[in-house]
Design a protein around this ligand. Structure first.
Ligand code: GUN
Length: 306
């Protein structure tokens, strides 16, 4: 039986480790502060942001959600970010992606002060990551490394294959795995014979956004499979195909009208992998835990505590 890599357990460990650091900051003057800008009403983003704010409250981190209108221009959002850069009580700024089409997301991310960039998306911090210098790391990639470390899954000398080359997950997780001395391959939609490349992986990271695309024939027996996908299935035929062996999931679909699935076929992973992250409850909870860790670290740096 493969090991299930439980993201909620690791998230709770990380949160418990952060609590005394938040208390020390509060005793030093004020708690850490996080501002989240959420433009529009993307349902996925609404859920992410709600969970981020709830976790701040649990930890005693001050948080603020800004909800500019969906019609906001790049210049208006730049002014919002610049105001947050100036605020003394805000240590971390997160602009939730995706942004509406009329907004130039690259200019917005460039405007966030690198010291307050708790997403690790600013080019300065991407440069710090490439060079192995200190700085905030993108939250989902950092959470994946935390998960592998805490489950004592060796990375040094192992083959890691990352499927997906996004700026948010694929590229940064590949660099973090490289810094852990893995031999890393990045694959994407133009990679020939993807299953055979994936089958070489001791650590397989799926971050493509395609429901259950990574089936058993992509997985080396015993590999650690990290599923970053979070896809909502709305068609019953898709749910019935993917969850053919799971009456509970199908019952849940029939009740709610949709069901979540990752980029990895859950039955393929259960049959072949040595360890895998479930969806939900795998990588997702760690993204928020690492955002909290980045916010606390930014506050400590500003307070001169580290
Ligand atoms: N949208 C999906 N994931 C993320 C993330 O990690 N940060 C931000 N800012 N937006 C996202």
């Amino acid at each position: 039986m493969p090991r299930i890599l439980d993201g909620t357990r690791v998230r709770d460990e990380i949160k418990n480790e952060l609590k005394p650091r938040v208390a020390a900051l509060a005793a030093h003057g004020r708690p850490p502060g996080l501002a989240v800008a959420l433009v529009g009403h993307d349902p996925g983003s609404e859920i992410y942001v709600r969970n981020k704010i709830k976790t701040c409250q649990e930890l005693g981190i001050y948080s603020e959600t800004l909800r500019p209108p969906e019609t906001i221009t790049t210049d208006e959002l730049l002014r919002t970010v610049e105001e947050l850069n100036r605020r003394g009580d805000i240590d971390g700024i997160l602009v939730q992606l995706p942004l509406p089409k009329q907004v130039d997301a690259k200019r917005i991310l460039l405007a966030v002060s690198p010291e307050k960039d708790v997403d690790g998306f600013h080019p300065c911090n991407v440069g710090n990551l490439v060079a192995g210098l200190p700085g905030p790391r993108a939250c989902t990639p950092a959470g994946i490394i935390e998960m592998l470390k805490r489950y004592e899954i060796p990375m040094a000398g192992r083959r890691a294959v990352v499927v997906g080359r996004s700026d948010i997950v694929g590229k940064p997780v590949a660099l973090l795995l490289l810094h852990q001395h893995a031999t890393v391959t990045i694959c994407h939609s133009k990679t020939p014979d993807l299953p055979s490349v994936c089958r070489q992986a001791d650590i397989l990271v799926a971050a493509i956004g395609r429901p259950a695309m990574i089936t058993a024939d992509y997985i080396k027996p015993g590999a650690a499979v990290i599923d970053v996908g979070m896809n909502r299935l709305d068609a019953r035929a898709d749910a019935a195909r993917i969850f053919r062996n799971s009456p509970e999931k199908l019952a849940s679909f029939d009740k709610k009208g949709n069901v979540l699935v990752g980029d990895v076929d859950p039955f393929g992973a259960a049959e072949v992998a040595g360890a895998y992250t479930p969806v939900p409850g795998g990588v997702g909870p760690l993204t928020i835990a690492m955002l909290m860790a980045n916010t606390v670290a930014a506050a400590e740096r500003r307070a001169g505590l580290c």
